[in-house]
Write a protein that binds this ligand. Structure first.
Ligand code: HPA
Ligand code: ZN
Length: 326
């Protein structure tokens, strides 16, 4: 997909993007060659052709398998830089980027290489790409909470520049309450808290993320519309929801964009932003998602401007920094 110059789009923030999910097939092959890793596809086109998913677990299988090419600090730096270059073209002026430390530690990639590679590039993101950034360490909900706690302690001990924590991977069968100790530790350490909830799981997961994890923000959260009282609560509290409509269609959480609950969430007065999640896997960077949503719901210029403003308002930036962007 082609994208116009950034000046033709309102400035926006991106709050829900998985760094590992920004791995383009071309870069995957480049890193595979550099690291002597064999990918089970003959070329990037064949890999991209495999990006057709029955559900979230099917996506997670390929997303995780492709991480085999990420081995060195330079790999993580290249991955981070490639996302920033493309995000700048999409009009992104502030990005809150998640990464999955556990996915690399299980492959014996040192945490220092992961964090060093990412943060070395993020430190220069404002100067090099015109994008302010914050980094979020996301933990796998299908792994034991003890493992997550161990990694969080390591990140704290090394003074990793993370603004907060998230919770991702398979949702069904892994309710938020399992991670209460992790989120309590993060809160004590002064970290911000977001969590995937209500993506393929029920509205109760959104409520539990708020009540049991003290999540300040919800990633996806589309199931909230099943619970009108909860919708009223999150609208009143202006809890930010980072919604990824194209991801939800591509992972078949909703049958089509036209049937996506985004307009209902907006109409209810919720603080909703539109995000990409894992752009190459779902065939859409955030400007492409904006275009798809604009077309599907016939959004007016004012409605698009309101979504762009909400992307900054839902960020973990200090309020004076948010105000400067609006
Ligand atoms: N959901 C859960 N985990 C993820 C996702 C997602 O959409 N993307 C990358 N990890
Ligand atoms: Zn996500």
């Amino acid at each position: 997909m082609t994208s116009p110059a950034p000046s033709s789009r309102p400035p926006r923030a991106e709050l829900h993007v998985h760094l590992e999910g920004t791995l383009e097939p071309d870069l995957a092959f480049e890193l595979a060659a550099r690291n002597g890793v064999e990918l089970p596809y003959p070329d990037p086109e064949s890999l991209r052709a495999a990006y057709d998913f029955a559900d979230l677990p099917a996506f997670l299988d390929l997303y995780t398998a492709n991480m085999a090419v990420l081995r060195t600090e330079a790999d993580f730096a290249d991955l981070t830089r490639a996302y920033l270059v493309r995000a700048a073209r999409a009009g992104v002026r502030h990005a809150e980027i998640s990464f999955d430390p556990q996915a690399h530690l299980v492959r014996d990639v040192p945490l220092e290489a992961v964090v060093g590679g990412i943060t070395g590039v993020l430190e220069r993101a404002e100067a090099d790409h015109g994008i302010s950034t914050l980094l979020i360490a996301a933990f796998h909900r299908d792994k034991p909470v003890a493992d997550a706690l161990d990694v969080l302690e390591r990140l704290l001990a090394m003074d990793a520049p993370v603004v907060g924590i998230g919770l991702d991977n398979a949702e069904i069968g892994y309710p938020p309450g399992l991670f209460a100790d992790l989120y309590a530790r993060a809160e004590t350490a002064g970290l911000r808290r977001t969590a995937h909830a209500g993506e393929e799981g029920p509205a109760a997961n959104v409520r539990d993320a708020l009540d049991l994890l003290h999540a300040e923000r919800i990633d996806h959260g589309i199931a909230v519309v099943q619970d009108p009282a909860l919708v009223a609560r999150v609208a009143a509290g202006q809890v930010p929801f980072t919604v990824c409509p194209v991801s939800n269609v591509r992972l078949r959480a909703v049958p089509s964009l036209a049937e996506h609950p985004l307009p209902d969430m907006i109409a209810a007065g919720m603080l909703v932003s539109v995000n990409s999640d894992d752009p190459p896997y779902f065939g859409a960077y955030v400007d492409d998602v904006d275009d798809a949503v604009t077309a599907a719901f016939d959004l007016s210029r004012d409605q698009r401007a309101a979504l762009a403003a909400a992307s900054f308002e839902g960020s973990f930036l200090p309020r004076d920094r948010v105000a400067a962007y609006l």
